[in-house]
Ligand binder design. Sequence first.
Ligand code: IMP
Ligand code: MG
Length: 180
Amino acid sequence: MASEIEKFFEGGYPVLLSAEQIQQKVRELGETISAEYKDRCPVFIGVLNGSYMFIADLMRHITIDCEVDFVKISSYGDAMKTSGVIKVKKEIDCHVEGRDVLVVEDIIDSGQSVKYLEKKLTELKPKSLKFVSLLVKEGSAQVDYRCDYVGFRIPNRFVVGYGLDYAQKFRNLPAIYVMD
Ligand code: IMP
Ligand code: MG
């Protein structure tokens, strides 16, 4: 049986963002955030699983003191559309009160995940709270949300690669592909 990922390498799906485009953008985001948080010690909270590759690369371009933690939530299950029901699968471990917090997301679609995290984290009284997302889908928001640092605004399509999955697969692709 042929592996499913081969189809990506053989050109079966269009590339939306190449590995080089992504790396360039991640570098710029890291430089911007490092400059804006100079002399502070922010805590970056990666939203698992989707943001694992982005946050790992982003941290290599953060040149100030900082901490890293993770929260794991799920709203999609294995489908292409959000279920709207957010489940926390791993809580935050770090101390949030009085800290400068940056939430790191892979992609914002309906906005429900970031909205949920904003409410949950605000209750923990951080000194500041900002959101970073590599991707934001255009025209798919169902709720009002904030995102302070955006890598790319993309069309309202289903994408995979660079941490993003379809039914848990294809997260290991170094580029981002359109799959629908
Ligand atoms: P939201 O709550 O609808 O904004 O969805 C956010 C989460 O859904 C993201 O953190 C992703 O894990 C997942 N997601 C949204 N769009 C896509 C996509 O196009 N491909 C893969 N995962 C997606
Ligand atoms: Mg996902």
